[in-house]
Structure formats: C-alpha cells, structure tokens
Ligand binder design. Structure first.
Ligand SMILES: [Zn+2]
Length: 104
C-alpha cells in the first residue's frame, strides 16, 4: 500500500522534571520482570513507562511515554515507545500463559 506525506505544523510536548530537565522514556519495561507474573499485578496495575530526567538523572514512571507530538488536538506517541511496550506486554502474556498451561 502506498503512503503519502505532507509538511504540517505540530506541537512538541515534553514533560518537565522538578529540576527543569526533561523526562525521556526508557526502553525498559516492568512487564519483562518476574514480579509481573503475579496475577494481581497483571489485573490491577496501570500501564506505565519508565522515564529518566535528562538533567538530574532521577528515574520514575509515568502514565505516558514522553515526549509526544500534538497535531489537530490529538497526541501522537513515538513509534519506538509504542513498539517497546507492546513487545513487553506480549512477552508477559506469553510467559503467563505458559506458566498456567503447565499447571493444568
Ligand atoms: Zn531532573
């Protein structure tokens, strides 16, 4: 399928740290760790992204993978952030279903 492109004006939105630096999303996902195998966490924990401040280096997690692009009132995420999270969630589901199929 063909694609086409056009030049548009967008807003580039970054989340600021308390120190004034900007938060950058890390390619590191909690879903890849074994603690996420616990059923309660899978069902109750919201999807979050790990971020790190570009200035002070403090790490935290947010409900949104910064930075984002805003165009016509809608926010667009960076492809690498979306693919990283989908990959981590898919891996979690695979491990989870393997664990439960062994029980039965
Ligand atoms: Zn900072």
């Amino acid at each position: 399928m063909e694609t086409k492109s056009k030049t548009v004006e967008v807003e580039f939105i970054e989340q600021l740290c308390e120190c004034g630096g900007v938060l950058r999303t890390l390619d590191r996902h909690a879903e890849r760790t074994d603690k996420w195998m616990e059923e309660q966490i899978i069902h109750t924990h919201p999807t979050t992204w790990d971020v790190k401040c570009s200035k002070c280096g403090q790490e935290s997690s947010t409900s949104f993978p910064w930075p984002v692009i805003k165009y016509k009132g809608k926010r667009f995420l960076l492809e690498e952030h979306v693919k990283g999270k989908v990959s981590a969630l898919t891996a979690l589901l695979r491990r989870y279903s393997e664990k439960h199929s062994k029980r039965g």
